[in-house]
Design a protein around this ligand. Structure first.
Ligand code: MN
Length: 189
């Protein structure tokens, strides 16, 4: 066992009613655990046992022969970033410095929220939506399946998981509602 599950930075029921205990139990306890377990199995006896997670993601990206390792390593990284992207009583407004950057890049915080929610809805199938920074400017990115911005030379600042397992128990097919709840009540700025 090289990689261990990171602890959630809040209690499993702390994001309710926006994300239920049941969703966290499945999402953290089954889906995320599955990625960690698979990754550990896949890297047994390889050089990846000695490598930091972020390096594994970068090194295996775009290499079809390492697709399974990439998918599981990136999903471990993405979920750990996602847990930290939320907090109880989150949402509302970003802290001052980030707020200025958001206004500079998107016009206003409301405009940013609108574009972020639209990207969440527009991501076809499973994936992630990111607020990221490159050359002092902020941008919204969406990535499919396990893909993430680590391979794109931009710095991820926060992410939303838009795989159905992230919201289906609480919101069924209403991904837009889930994205808005994330923006208004959960974002850890
Ligand atoms: Mn997930």
């Amino acid at each position: 066992m090289v990689f261990k599950m990171t602890e959630l930075p809040y209690e499993r029921d702390a994001l309710a009613p926006y994300i239920s205990l049941e969703t966290i139990d499945f999402h953290y306890g089954k889906h995320y655990k599955g990625y960690v377990d698979n990754l550990n199995k896949l890297i047994v006896g390889s050089k990846y046992e000695q490598m930091p997670l972020e390096e594994i993601v970068k090194e295996t990206a775009q290499k079809p022969e390492f697709a399974s390792i990439f998918n599981n390593a990136a999903q471990v990284w993405n979920h750990e970033f996602f847990w930290k992207s939320m907090r109880p009583n989150g949402g509302r407004l970003p802290q001052a410095e980030l707020k200025t950057k958001i206004e500079h890049s998107f016009g206003s915080v409301d405009k940013f929220k609108e574009e972020f929610a639209a990207a969440a809805v527009a991501q076809f199938g499973s994936g992630w939506v990111w607020l990221a920074e490159a050359d002092g400017r902020l941008q919204i990115l969406k990535t499919g399946n396990a893909d993430n911005p680590l391979t794109k030379n931009v710095k991820p600042l926060l992410t939303l998981d838009v795989w159905e397992h992230a919201y289906y128990l609480d919101y069924q097919n209403r991904r837009a509602e889930f994205a808005n709840v994330f923006l208004e009540h959960l974002i850890n700025w």
